[in-house]
Ligand binder design. Sequence first.
Ligand code: ATP
Ligand code: MG
Length: 263
Amino acid sequence: MQTPLLQVKHISKTYQNSKGWFRNEKVQAIKSVSFDLKRAHTLAVVGEAGSGKSTLARILAGEMAPSAGDILLHGQNLNDTNQRQRCMDIRMIPQRPSLSLNPRLRVGMQILAPLVQHRSLTRSLRQQKLYATMRDVGLLEEHADYYPNMLSASQRLRVTLARAMIVDPEVLVFDQTLSAMDITMRAQLINLLTMLQQSRGMAYIMIGHQLSMIRHLADDVMVMQQGEVIEFSPTDEIFESPASEYTQRLIYAYNELVQGPNS
Ligand SMILES: Nc1ncnc2c1ncn2[C@@H]1O[C@H](COP(=O)(O)OP(=O)(O)OP(=O)(O)O)[C@@H](O)[C@H]1O
Ligand SMILES: [Mg+2]
């Protein structure tokens, strides 16, 4: 059997509150979360507010360490990989991508930033890589000289995608990235991500409740509640026969929206 691209094994995270009334109180944000993700596959993660989705995302992207558990990429434990490499392999797209751009820097420089930090490439190779990545996400070469405010919202989103992709990551994590988008932009992004997944074989982890997006993109859906995984199934199964009460509510509300209340 082929080793899955990503294996998450019994990840837990306990936060220690350092401020306020509940100082020194511990919050167990996620408890023994495990799953596998194959190359070119998409996993959707849904769950109530505070169920631990962002905590999981940040741990995967290397922003913080888990309290316990292991993450393996190509069968290799990420604890044994250096932090730099690891941050290139799994990258997170922020919730409001436009806000993560610096208004005073040309977008070409911003897309290149992770590459400059991470790799010693010649100037001309870097330039080639920049233009190739920009083309991949549907930007033009001349956009490299623009400032973010000269671009449309959709183009700015493409800039943040290009910035994540310039280091050839294997996994992209989207934490509620689509929730603030209008329908047109969401549709554009879904098409773009589908295309990029086919050409590059990237795996996606999509956090959020956009069920139409989940239906289009996700192979599997993982449902979290109070830090635990309560359901993990192929997307079709989740939509046809949701098992947990939370998932049932989510799916029924979606069906009502799509088909009308009386169907
Ligand atoms: N830095 C932190 N310090 C202490 N507790 C935290 C911290 N970050 C998150 N928590 C707590 O951990 C739990 C999980 O939070 P998390 O942000 O991962 O949930 P979430 O599923 O992403 O929620 P949402 O849907 O609102 O984004 C919550 O109880 C939250 O209050
Ligand atoms: Mg969150």
